[in-house]
Design a protein around this ligand. Sequence first.
Ligand code: ADP
Ligand code: MG
Length: 565
Amino acid sequence: DTQFETLEFQAEARQLLQLMVHSIYSNKDIFLRELVSNASDALDKLRLEAFRDKDLEVDTDDLHIDLEIDTDQRTLTVRDNGIGMSRDEVVTLIGTIAKSGTAELLRKLKEAQDSTASQELIGQFGVGFYSSFMVAEKVTLLTRRAGESQATRWESAGEGTYTIETLDEAPQGTAVTLHLKPEDTDDQLFDYTNTQKVMGIVQRYSDFITWPIRMAVDRPDGEGGTKREVETVNSMKALWARPKDEASEEEYKEFYKHISHDWTDPLETVQLRAEGTFEYQALLFIPAHAPLDLFMRERKRGVQLYVKRVFIMDDCEALIPEYLRFVKGVVDAQDLSLNVSREILQQDRQIQLIRKRLVKKVLSTVKTMMTEDTDRYRTFWKEFGAAVKEGLVGDPENQETILDIASFASTHDAEQPTTLREYIERMKEGQEHIYYLTGASRSAVENSPHMEAFTAKGYEVLILADPIDEMWVESVNGFEGKQFQSIAKGQVDLDTEEEKKTSESERDQQQQDFAELLSWMTTSLQDTVKEVRLSARLTTSPACIVGDAHDVTPTLEKMYRAMGQ
Ligand code: ADP
Ligand code: MG
């Protein structure tokens, strides 16, 4: 029974495939990087599984990736002898997209005005295996999972459906065969049956892959003719283990794309190494764009753990705190067991020390960006600031550093956010606090009646409109000796000493004039407010509601209620 079936791609997968089939992405070469990257992951997984499961009888001595070209059939095959996939895995891994942020991506793609915008979105998301359909009119995948006897054959033209059948025999691992589109063979440049061309792409995008990538290459035989020999075409050097001056900028970029599944260059590269009793190397990247799932529940952290060059795990939460979840990269530790588990890692003192150092290094890299390359820093903060601010609550030890690298929208400049240092430099004489107002959006804050007196008197107010702002601003210790003061709470005294003297008698008079009205209002509104008092903080609005100095703000109250508290 071969159980031949025709199945439909999941709706989201179908939409992404459409984009690939009609290839809105201009750099088609990268399909090969995606396939090689998958093959490399499959080899990593097999090596680890074979190590952990002694009953899995597989030979791991000769793990490799083969690239096979058939010029007559116009096919290109990427073959690995890695972990392979079961039939069910093929259906779920290839027939659907489990990646978080997919729905968000599709929504944004619909909104995208032109193809450049769409390309950029696709690039940030990275569509992996589906990128094969940019160059192939049909893709065949033949796979057998390590430890299983039956194999699976999958085939699709990328148009809505695929076929799947069970076979009795196939080599262990996965072979992906691309039946290349005819137009790609016209021009030498796009001819993926050209050995030199394919070899060039591998060397450009996948040189650092730590498994041999092999190809049959024609070489001079010394007698005037050529002979065909299988060669390893990549250098296989683990990039993070190389000293900085022995790797090029280009190599770092390609490595970033390999581990991040991002198609765009990183914003910043961060390298760290420690020698001595606990040896490790770290190669981290700050992406140029926030991922679509940065604020979603199922999001992952981007740091991988290797032990002595052996891949151990993705998404290693012990190595990087949640507020830096957008940082991608690799940590290779020398003295851990290959059997190490997530639970053990959380307890491990050495790992905690590495994490501390990584955090410090990432934050100091941002600080350097801030002083040396303002534009880059601004991009960073625009993309990741809202996440980094979570660290003000979650990482008290680095609070001061985070405040130092943070920027905030303010009434000073509608376009450009300000740092606290800049704010303090602009503070008016006699101003003791850093004024702020929280709210649901920038315009809600700007139009708040609380703003009136402050704007009138020329005081700058920070506009805190991210949900997380409510959480940290109450708990931080202030910055450089200045406390944060909400302009919506308690009594705010904006008068200078001089104004105070002249207005004191005037205010007493007002207080007497309005005493009756105020007490009447207080009684009438006693179910809703604590007190009605005269205020100097309004210039055009007749009244506003003020919280007590220690009250929970309306936004925070809403958040607590939403969390069921
Ligand atoms: P990603 O690599 O980002 O997960 P892909 O679209 O490239 O996304 O691949 C989807 C999934 O299909 C992979 O996560 C992997 O589980 C599976 N897969 C793809 N290629 C292979 C392969 N050569 N061997 C084993 N599994 C593979
Ligand atoms: Mg992939």
